[in-house]
Design a protein around this ligand. Structure first.
Ligand SMILES: C[S@@+](CC[C@H](N)C(=O)[O-])C[C@H]1O[C@@H](n2cnc3c(N)ncnc32)[C@H](O)[C@@H]1O
Length: 118
């Protein structure tokens, strides 16, 4: 599964997919733009579960068209096990951070970084 949509939705959507039983042990989830614009809650979630439900390889890369701007891609293998203590109905996207601000800021960021003066 490739995750590459609204950054603040990475974690709640992953958890919804887990709740529905769509992943099985050995399923691989690849997520782009972990640093820029960033998906810190998703990153923290997988770090907390390293070796217990998930095994993640972090791939250093750069933002698309921006070789000088570091980014991170996560390649996470699901090891199995059930999530507990999470209410999908109450879960929303991340807020209070750049990812939570959504696609508009991401477009502005990309526009700035592509400006010739930069
Ligand atoms: C960076 S593009 C992904 C490109 C895709 N990985 C590809 O290679 O074609 C982001 C996509 O996420 C979609 N998107 C944005 N917010 C979303 C959301 N909340 N739920 C689902 N998709 C969303 C956008 O419409 C856009 O098509």
């Amino acid at each position: 599964m490739f995750i590459d949509h609204a950054k603040g939705h990475y974690l709640p959507d992953l958890r919804r997919i887990l709740e529905r039983g769509w992943l099985h042990p050995g399923s691989v989830v690849v997520a782009d733009n972990i640093k820029v614009p960033g998906a810190p809650a998703y990153h923290a979630y997988l770090r907390e579960r390293e070796g217990r439900g998930w095994r993640t390889v972090e791939h250093d890369t750069h933002v698309e068209y921006q070789p000088k701007t570091p980014d991170l891609v996560l390649e996470s293998t699901y090891l199995g096990g059930r999530e507990t203590g999470w209410n999908p109905a109450a879960a929303g996207p991340e807020t209070g951070s750049l990812p939570g601000l959504g696609a508009t800021w991401w477009r502005i960021w990309k526009f700035i970084m592509k400006a010739p003066a930069w």
